[in-house]
Design a protein around this ligand. Sequence first.
Ligand code: GTR
Length: 413
Amino acid sequence: FLLGGVLYAQPTVRVNNEKTTVESLPDLLTLKHGEPVNSPEVWERLKRPELLHLFKNEVYGMVPDGDPIPSSIEVIEESDAAFNNKAHRIQFALDFKKGHRNLRVHILLYLPKDVFNPPVFLGYNFYGNHTVVHDDNVLVSDSWVRNNETLDVYNHKANQKSRGKRSYRWPVDKILQEGFGIATVYYGDIDPDRNDFTDGIHPFFYKEGQDEPGLNEWGSLTAWAWGLSRILDCLKGYEATADSKYILFGHSRLGKTVLWASALDQRFDMVIANNSGCGGAALFRRKNGETIQLINNRFPHWFSKSFKKYNDKEAMLPLDQHMLIALNAPRPVYIASAIKDKWADPEGEYLSAYYASPVYELYNKRGLSDRNFPDVNKPIHQTIGYHVRSGKHDVTAYDWKQFMIFAKGHLND
Ligand code: GTR
């Protein structure tokens, strides 16, 4: 079909070489009663809420209604001598309180010294803020952590030994040199990544007698997404970052999280999802690599309970992940894949971004215009950006180089 002068291939997806099935993707530019979505106004007023409702009810689950959870924010450590005197380091404690419950979230923020209100990359990390940098002043979280021999994590407790062990994924020095700030939080501070709904943020929202989320209430992905918005509240309330642009970044399960977080909260200016795969950028209907059934069985706590009814029933879904990407329009979104990361279905990640493009066209922004999967290490930097790099599931220097080029190129979009 033709839209804004660009020819889009029919939204059909072919999968699995031999036993190829072809199923139609639900159409982004048709309302549920059949009327066309032909302007940003109709998209925003009608289609966007319709899709948000579906993702909340059928996939990730919604945040329960109720009064806001009382919280407080405090700077508990800061220095202007970080990174050889080139950066400010600020550590916040964001505390949630209800009855005798208390949840402490540590936010680590670095800002380049010579830039006021710089654009800030914001992303969760997997093993604690202290693993991200070689900086002895970074506080170690008390939250439950997944055991990991290479990171010296045993008994689910973070400790000094893993300082800097994930720094290869976080080129903080380079990010600061390029004029960006960077904020990171251990995702388990918001909700430990295990199938247990008695810990983390969920219990703060329980009604009397409730001890787990209801059918269409939030799993961990929505909890982490919600957490990013609370972290944003905090950074926006801090003078040195109050007017910053925010670029959400997440890898893998945290790539899924950031796409959903920025769909929910349009205050995020840009989003980068790295190797986000099933439940992130990849189209469910391709059933290539990780599938709904596989992900729900291995990680029963990530999505809402209502999502389980789609196990091995992808065709029944009233949505697919091109719609999640489109919920970010017209803000810049970057999808990154790795060619050996078959589990995340690189081509499914690309096609999802491609099929989200018509919504960007409504705003006269350029999405992806070629249905063919691009060559390896040939990035595309339109308002929807994409690359598939060589190598495996990971975050590399190549990825960050592209993210920074993309972010700089689109800061004033
Ligand atoms: C895998 C999971 C993926 C991805 C990844 C990660 O085990 O199947 O969906 O989220 O973990 O987060 O590292």
